[in-house]
Ligand binder design. Structure first.
Ligand code: GLA
Length: 690
């Protein structure tokens, strides 16, 4: 059996805490101070070596390990464990000079230059050889080092270089297609190449979907995304195999990017890891950034198949890559960190330990900022480190969502290809609106793939699931037939895995389950708004739907010109098998989805994790050792919440009431967990539609 995250937290004696450590940016004298201050801050794990390639291998054929040797020993002497990275995310300048063809090429044919990071083509044999040789030596050198606790493969696979359009990639794409389709006829069929006379007669005629005169073939584009994700996955597998061979007792992870990037299929990479990690950065311009955080945490847990996971990077304050990089407010880092903990993280790490003096990220915050130890940030970091020690019993406990939110990279790719009915309809916006409605009800969700085992969920929601393979459609249909409650967002179930419209009327994959057909999709102009019967305004998207057995729960009041008739279905409900299929024939905001989601949850017997005032998030972690209720106050007032238990980490609980200050978080060790979210029951009571 492979080692796991539990092995790491057992070794650390609780929650992992620390960040990326880049000692190569600092003179040697600083390292001892770093180790001492890490201890003071409560750091027990650092990620080392992510960008060390040019130090380890300053010239071809020369390897110098002294820096890593010394820092590994130093950290070990200070009781700090190491998450040792394969330094393959930043090939050094000599490598690109020696192998200019290994640099990635854009869709318009520009070969990118050295001078940043991830300057390599994912399919380059020269890169693979150089990376594997380095990883093999790193693995054997440190396999038995006492500081080594976790392997960190690469860094954010595909963040900057996932899509390369060079000739090497073209050859690898053809090989991938041959492997997948076996015959050219099958490719032609999948891509619909009879359209615009694109039929291929030889494999060599197929290129990557480079910039061309007009719209590119959508099947080709979609498969290019799959191929590109797989090319990096192959690299991930190769590095992982080398690490496992040298040190089978050490768990392997890689820092995935959640919803931050759509370039690689997160589920595929997560399946190759012993421990699942994500990076999360708050979008500063988003007033609901904390909801984005919760969504990503729930996705990380979904990728980890419900097990605890690691937050590999977040920021102590501002980042440096958004249009305006807003500093975090006092208390915000603690609130963010404890929200990740509430949603199943067993480790809370930052980018990075010491703020850089030079280079592209010197304006990115760190645990130890330019202002030094007397700063607000360092004091908060140190207080958080101490607090996490007092919360260590939470590590290893689980969060179990009652509701599944389906999330799919393939649907994200397909929905946002060229020549769609509306460029305004963005995948993540749809996911976020549904998720936000559930978040506001304090319903804990697992964010999982459409092919996941759904049997334990009381309800399932499917936003933006434009692409739905026949197999996944079967999964959803069986779920409803057997008594599940499924809600499908507009423009869902439309195309198959190749972006071909499912035959017959829309939504071909789910017509029968939902008991309706879509007569026509009606995207709205940017300024248009139509109304529903309850006064709700709808922007962006409406549909003219006809019932084939479903009942209209909410109708349109006025449609777009020629659009749905007054009273025409906007929200529908259909009894199917032993379950229910809901559909929204309009792009509804989180506000508008709230009553829909409430009705879905009432009927499915979903209850909130706790009853709290609006703006107060409640999540529960449960395990052999106990049940822990996290209350996170996003409002500007102190709130009281009825609880049954004792407070951890200085929580104020008097006569069964927890007082949560503005922006604060309280953790309660519960005496008896109530039967809310996180404590899934075996049979769902049948409720009455609200
Ligand atoms: C990513 C990278 C880090 C750093 C941070 C900055 O997550 O993995 O190396 O660049 O972004 O936010």
């Amino acid at each position: 059996m492979n080692p796991s995250l539990a092995d790491l937290t057992r070794r650390l004696g609780g929650i992992a805490y620390g960040g990326d450590y880049n000692p190569e940016q600092w003179p040697r004298e600083t390292w001892a101070e770093d180790a001492r201050l890490m201890r003071r801050a409560g750091v027990n794990l650092v990620t080392l070596g992510v960008f060390s390639w040019s130090r380890i291998q300053p010239r071809p054929g020369v390897r110098t390990w002294d820096l890593l040797d010394e820092v590994m020993d130093l950290l070990h002497r200070h009781g700090i464990a190491v998450d040792l990275a394969t330094p393959t995310a930043a090939p050094p300048p000599w490598f690109t000079r020696m192998h200019p063809d290994a640099r990635p090429v854009t869709a318009s044919g520009t070969r990118l230059a050295q001078g940043s990071r991830q300057v390599f083509c994912p399919s380059s044999p020269a890169y693979a050889r150089a990376a594997d040789a380095l990883v093999a030596e790193l693995a054997s050198r440190y396999a038995d080092h006492p500081a080594l606790a976790l392997w960190h493969v690469h860094n954010e696979w595909g963040n900057h270089n996932a899509l390369c359009y060079c000739d090497t990639s073209a050859g690898a794409f053809r090989a991938w297609l041959r492997d997948r389709y076996k015959t050219l006829d099958a490719v032609n069929e999948a891509w619909g190449t009879d359209f615009w006379s694109q039929r291929y007669g030889e494999w060599e005629e197929i290129d990557p979907p480079r910039d061309t005169t007009a719209f590119r073939n959508p099947g080709q584009e979609l498969d290019y995304r799959r191929f590109s994700s797989d090319a990096l996955l192959e690299r991930h597998r190769a590095e992982t195999a080398l690490l496992r061979r040298a040190a089978p007792h050490i768990p392997v992870t890689t820092n995935l990017m959640g919803t931050l990037e759509k370039k690689v299929d997160g589920y595929a990479f997560a399946a190759e890891c012993d421990a699942v990690s994500i990076d999360h950065y708050l979008p500063a311009a988003d007033p609901g950034g904390h909801i984005d955080l919760a969504l990503n945490a729930d996705l990380a847990r979904g990728m980890a198949a419900g097990r605890p996971w690691l937050l590999m990077e977040h920021s102590t304050s501002a980042v440096n890559w958004q249009p305006v990089n807003v500093a975090k407010r006092p208390g915000e880092t603690r609130r963010n960190s404890l929200t990740h903990l509430a949603r199943g993280a067993d480790g809370l790490m930052f980018f990075q330990w010491r703020q850089s003096r030079a280079g592209a990220e010197k304006w990115h915050s760190a645990m130890l900022p330019h202002a030094g130890t007397d700063s607000r940030v360092f004091k908060e970091v140190t207080a958080l480190g101490a607090e996490l020690r007092s919360l260590r019993e939470v590590a290893g406990t689980h969060v179990a969502g009652d509701v599944a939110v389906l999330f799919d990279w393939h649907s994200w790719w397909a929905l946002e290809l060229q020549a769609r009915p509306s460029g305004e309809f963005r995948y993540l916006d749809a996911v976020r609106d549904w998720y936000e409605a559930l978040w506001r009800l304090n319903v804990t969700c697992d964010v999982v793939a459409p092919g996941a085992d759904l049997t334990s969920y009381r309800a399932v929601v499917a936003p933006g699931l434009y692409l739905l393979s026949g197999q996944d459609a079967g999964n959803l249909t069986r779920y409803v037939e057997r008594g599940g409650h499924l809600a499908v967002g507009c423009f869902g179930g439309v195309v198959d895995a190749y972006d071909r419209v499912h035959p017959g009327a829309h939504p071909g994959a789910l017509r029968e389950t939902l008991g309706l057909v879509v007569d026509e999709y009606l995207p709205l102009r940017p300024d248009d708004e139509v109304r529903l019967e309850d006064g709700t305004g709808v922007r962006q998207w409406a549909e003219r739907v006809e019932s084939r057995g479903c009942r209209t729960v909410l109708g349109f009041a006025d449609g777009p010109e020629g659009g749905p008739a007054r009273g025409g279905p906007a929200v529908t409900r259909h009894d199917f098998g032993q379950g229910v299929g809901w559909y929204t024939a309009a792009r509804l905001s989180a506000d508008a989805l709230l009553p829909v989601v409430r009705a879905l949850c009432d009927e499915a017997g979903v209850t909130p994790a706790a009853s709290t005032p609006p703006g107060v998030e409640a999540v529960r972690r449960v395990g052999g050792k106990g049940s822990y209720l996290f209350l996170i106050n996003h409002t500007e007032d102190t709130v009281s919440v009825a609880v049954d238990g004792v407070g951890l980490a200085d929580a104020e609980i008097l006569e069964g009431e927890a007082r949560v200050p503005p922006g604060g978080v309280v953790v309660v060790r519960e005496s008896t967990p109530p039967g809310g979210c996180g404590t899934r029951r075996s049979s769902a009571p049948r409720g009455v539609l609200a």
